[in-house]
Design a binder for this molecule. Structure first.
Ligand SMILES: Nc1nc2c(ncn2[C@@H]2O[C@H](COP(=O)(O)OP(=O)(O)OP(=O)(O)O)[C@@H](O)[C@H]2O)c(=O)[nH]1
Ligand SMILES: [Mg+2]
Length: 223
């Protein structure tokens, strides 16, 4: 399980405790200053240090370091329960889907800022027009086969990474399934959609992804 982490000392114990038994937690850090890397290592995670900043850079470094047949991703801020990934991984393992995505369902008001939710709906609509797939959310929680994910040739290294995953997977004809996941208020300070700067960067990165032409050779069957 790949866990991008930037200054999540407060959330790490809860998150790592909920990683299913027998799975390897890969915490990807790039420049935390609150001791996150040391805490993660002490709690038994494999800590990968990625020199390049960015959410996508962290996710991709984790994917590159992973060795399991099926790889999944989860935020490290305690907003999402890593234990939910067991069912998502089983769905991929059982062959029912090539990519399983968690659709965030806020557990209470304030878990998901309004601007983030609106932005997400707009992106989902643009995605439907661009790639012809119907999704409700482009969230951070997802599971797929490692070799298939690597074959997508993802290039985004910032906040466009989850969206690029979905766009390329759709272009390649993957079967994509959405499952509901409770979305809780995060622990600690927000880095992306909880701030105006983070939101702006996310919108820019995502619209750039949607403008990119389909990758050459896309449209075939599932990888
Ligand atoms: N390694 C690394 N992790 C990051 C970076 N930016 C964000 N993260 C992590 O990615 C996850 C998502 O970031 P958040 O700050 O929670 O972004 P968000 O979910 O859009 O915003 P919130 O609604 O505030 O939770 C968290 O686990 C962060 O610690 C980064 O540049 N590098
Ligand atoms: Mg978050």
């Amino acid at each position: 399980m790949v866990l991008p982490c930037l200054d999540e000392a407060a959330a790490l114990p809860w998150v790592l405790e909920r990683v299913p038994d027998g799975w390897r937690a890969i915490v990807v850090d790039n420049g935390s200053t609150d001791g996150s890397a040391e805490i993660a290592a002490r709690l038994g995670a494999l800590v990968v240090t990625e020199p390049r900043r960015g959410f996508g850079a962290a996710c991709h470094a984790g994917l590159s370091a992973a060795t399991a047949e099926i790889v999944c991703f989860c935020d490290c801020d305690a907003s999402l329960d890593p234990a939910l990934l067991r069912g998502m991984v089983d769905t991929v393992g059982g062959g029912a889907a090539d990519l399983v995505l968690g659709r965030r369902r806020p557990t209470r008001a304030g878990a998901w800022p309004v601007h983030a939710r609106v932005g997400n709906t707009v992106v989902a609509r643009m995605l439907r027009r661009r790639a012809g797939i119907r999704l409700h959310d482009i969230g951070p929680m997802r599971a797929a086969r490692r070799s298939a994910l690597l074959s997508l040739g993802l290039t985004d290294r910032r906040s466009g990474y989850p969206l690029e995953t979905v766009v390329r997977a759709a272009d390649a004809g993957w079967r994509i399934v959405e499952v509901d996941v409770p979305y809780r208020p995060r622990s600690g300070r927000s880095k992306v959609t909880g701030t105006w700067r983070g939101t702006w960067t996310a919108v820019r990165d995502m619209t750039a992804v949607l403008r990119r032409p389909p990758a050459a050779g896309a449209g075939g069957g599932a990888a």
